[in-house]
Design a protein around this ligand. Sequence first.
Ligand code: AMP
Ligand code: ZN
Length: 140
Amino acid sequence: MAESAPCVFCRIVEGEIPCFKLHEDPRTLAFMDINPFHDGHCLVITKAHAENLYAADEADLAAAIAVAKRLAIAVNQVLRPDGINLVQANGAGAGQSVFHFHFHVFPRKLNDNAQFNWGHKPGDMARIGELAERIKRAMP
Ligand code: AMP
Ligand code: ZN
């Protein structure tokens, strides 16, 4: 992507910014969200920079949804949430804050009243790191 517009997820792909990595393959990268709404909140991104769903390559999308399924199974096994949403935002009005395609694997609790614009509260990095190890091990 253009050097004039550094993208935080491209920088994670390049290894310039650290992440709690869960999975990597030629098309996708998955890592923990550092501002989790609930424990186990994680992200699958396309390695190739695409701003949103409209721009993303279809083979990259297919790879990303397959990884999202495996992550959801792992998060469900490790954390036993009351449910999991897959969330994917396109545009600021949809709550998108990082303009590089990603799915959220978004664990839910009954009556948590989560809203699309849930806000970003920094998580406990030690806790996120510990969960990353457990989720990685549980991935089918
Ligand atoms: P969205 O608001 O749908 O674009 O989601 C972007 C997500 O990326 C948010 O949930 C942020 O907490 C998350 N995020 C931003 N920077 C980082 C980072 N360096 N490592 C992990 N997650 C991040
Ligand atoms: Zn990017």
